[in-house]
Structure formats: C-alpha cells, structure tokens
Ligand binder design. Structure first.
Ligand SMILES: Cc1cc2nc3c(=O)[nH]c(=O)nc-3n(C[C@H](O)[C@H](O)[C@H](O)COP(=O)(O)OP(=O)(O)OC[C@H]3O[C@@H](n4cnc5c(N)ncnc54)[C@H](O)[C@@H]3O)c2cc1C
Length: 345
C-alpha cells in the first residue's frame, strides 16, 4: 500500500492513556495500557507480549461504536494502519486494498475522486475502515458487505495472519463473523470490490424525497445529499456525545408485524432481505414518549429517538440505565426486544 505498511518499528505503548477524545460518546475513560499499531508487522510481537502478560485485549478504531468504562483493563490496541491502493482493475470491477486505520469517510470521498462510485450512500459514517466489516456498516439501503472482497486479519488463536473471503465474513444486518467472535481477530486490511456498472441507489425515503425531481443523479450528487441529510438529522459527536443509532431495528416475523400493525396503524417498517419485517426502532421509542427526554447527564436526542446522547458528564452506567428503561417500556408496549448496537467494552 502507498503508506503506513512500511514502518516496521518497535510498537509504542502508553500506560493510562486518556480515551475521552477517542470515543464519540465523550465518556471520561482511559486505557490501562495502549499500543498504537501503525504497521502489520508490529502485531505479532504485541500479541506475544499480551499473551505472556496474560492481559485481556481489544481493538479500538475511531471509538464511534463503543461504550467505554472508566478504565479499560489490560491492553487496548489503537488501529492506525493507513494506506490505500488500487490492486487490480478489469472491465467488470476494481479491487482496492485499504489499511484498517484509514478514516472511513475520507476513503469514501477518495473512491469518488478516483471515479469509483458505489460507496456514496455510506458517506459520513464515522470511524475506521477496519471497523466497517465488524458490524457490516450500512445506511440508506446499502451495506458494506456487498462491496467487500476479503478481509485480512491477525488471528489471535492461531497467531497468524489470515484472509477471510466475503462468504467467510458471514455478513448480515449489523452483524458479521467478527462480531460473533470478539477478541479473536485484528482487522488490518479490507479489500473492496467496486463494480464498474453503477446506478444510483436512491430508494430510501430520505433520498427518494431529495431526488424527486432528478431521477438520475450522479454519485457526487448522492454523496452530497447523504452528507446533507446526515448533518441535519444526526448530532455531531464533537458537539454532543453519541454513537449514532443506539439500538438495532428489530426484525420480527410477518405474523407479529401484522398483529402490531392492526393495533398501531402508524407503525413504521421495511421489508427485510430474508422476507421478515424490520421495524423502525426510533418510531417505537418515540411512541413511548422518550424523544428529547433527559435522565441526569444522558438522554434521547430531540430530533431522532434512536440516538442516545451524553450531555456532558454521563457515564457508561448512565447510558445503559437509560437504555434499560427504553428496552423495558418498548417490550411492555409492543412486545418487541431492542438490541443495543454499540459494543460495550
Ligand atoms: C454520529 C454517528 C453516526 C453513525 N452512523 C452509522 C450508520 O449510519 N451506519 C452504521 O453502520 N454505523 C453508524 N455509526 C456507528 C459507527 O460509526 C460504525 O460502527 C463504525 O464502523 C465504527 O468504527 P470505529 O472505527 O469508530 O470503531 P470502534 O467504535 O472503535 O469499534 C467498534 C467495534 O469494532 C471493533 N474494532 C474496531 N476496529 C477493529 C479492527 N481493526 N479489528 C477488529 N476489531 C475492531 C472494536 O473492538 C469494537 O468492538 C455511527 C456512529 C456515530 C457516532
């Protein structure tokens, strides 16, 4: 790759590293011992050291999908491997290898600058490329699993680098093989396969509305529209701490959906790829009266009930307490369970 992969060096480790700026909730948190990873060949030695010291460990990317405790015990690996490179291109697609520490949104912008449209619906999602396959990031009708060719990772069980094909990654709605197997893999590189054939994917309500008078927008038009909608709807973590959607949209069998719809004609839902029904968790939460509500230093965002926020000095316990109130109420009102999306580290 064009940068970041060449710097074989002794890994930098720091005790008691402050992570308040490295988690988008802005929780006051620190890592007992942090290692900054800037090159793949540092990993084997670091993992050897971690095994010898019998430390627990986890990877931290941009910290935009985590709930951090006051102190993260053991070792925290800060993924900072950069670099991106087109590896092959033929008449049907282009393969691009990207370092796990590359900023996601900057990568999306880079693909468009290089005339490789496809990822524009996923613009402005915070975080790193290495974290994108973990929960199979998705937005506006597109999931990244569709565009992944393979993932390179360090396998902590076999102590070797492995390549997982797209099928092996088992991508599903906000889920993957990596998410099901925490503390197992360190994603170092993602290889994307971008098809040459492109069409705008603007079927999602917000985008369809935006392009009601232009049925054939360019990829740049879609990119700008996605950025505009997201900026309007979602709170900027630099201004108010949050991790985006706090709950996954629950998927229910059709019979349960029909029963709920009879009782609640305004129920917002979408068809699911597996033929079931995906309910809008934000709508369920809103109906329970939580939108804009505050509990101490945490709360529910006033413009979008799916987003929980830190008003200043909130903690992991505070946010999980609020989440439990919401889950209990939604279960009582609708008989539906809400799963938390961010990773509780
Ligand atoms: C305002 C806002 C909007 C958001 N919108 C969306 C959205 O539209 N769609 C969506 O899907 N998500 C969204 N998110 C969530 C988040 O941006 C994504 O999940 C993102 O991929 C997380 O990247 P990160 O680098 O910050 O990961 P982190 O938060 O650092 O980590 C997330 C998880 O992945 C693991 N991990 C991270 N990097 C690696 C690695 N290299 N190897 C192995 N494990 C790793 C961590 O251990 C942790 O379990 C949003 C978040 C915010 C704050």
């Amino acid at each position: 790759m064009n940068s970041g992969q060449n710097a074989s060096s002794h890994p930098k480790s720091s005790p008691n590293l402050d992570l308040q700026d490295r988690n988008t909730f802005g929780f006051d948190a620190s890592a007992e011992l942090a290692y900054e990873i800037t090159a793949t060949d540092q990993i084997s030695g670091i993992m050897q050291e971690i095994a010898e010291k019998q430390l627990t460990w986890r990877v931290l990317g941009g910290g935009s999908n985590v709930i951090l405790p006051k102190v993260l015990p053991g070792a925290t690996l800060l993924m900072n491997i950069t670099g991106q490179q087109i590896i092959t291109a033929d008449a049907s697609s282009t393969l691009i290898a990207v370092g796990g520490g590359v900023n996601w949104h900057e990568f999306v912008a880079w693909t468009l600058e290089n005339d490789l449209p496809g990822l524009e619906n996923l613009a402005l999602i915070p975080g790193t490329v290495g974290a994108a396959p973990i929960q199979n990031i998705g937005a506006y009708g597109v999931e990244i699993g569709e565009y992944i060719d393979s993932v390179e990772a360090f396998d902590s069980k076999s102590h070797a680098f492995v390549t997982l094909t797209k099928d092996a990654c088992q991508f599903a709605y906000r889920d993957s093989y990596f998410k099901k197997n925490p503390h197992h893999y360190i994603v170092t590189k993602v290889v994307f396969k971008i098809p040459k054939l492109w069409h705008a994917r603007i079927h999602y309500a917000d985008l369809a509305k935006q392009f009601s008078k232009n049925s054939s927008p360019s990829s740049e038009d879609v990119f700008l529209a996605v950025c505009k909608i997201r900026t309007h709807k979602l709170p900027d973590p630099k201004v108010i701490g949050n991790a985006g959607s706090f709950f996954q949209n629950p998927i229910v069998p059709n019979e349960q959906y029909e029963t709920l719809l009879q009782k609640h004609p305004g129920l917002v839902s979408y068809p699911d790829a597996a033929g079931k029904r995906k309910l809008a968790a934000g709508w369920l939460i809103d109906q329970c009266g939580f939108k804009g509500r505050r509990m101490g230093d945490v709360g529910v965002y006033e413009k979008q009930a799916l987003v929980l926020v830190n008003h200043g000095n909130g903690t992991a316990e505070d946010i999980l307490g609020l989440a439990k109130c919401i889950q209990d109420k939604v279960r009582k009102e609708f008989g539906v369970s809400l799963d938390i999306e961010p990773n509780i580290l």
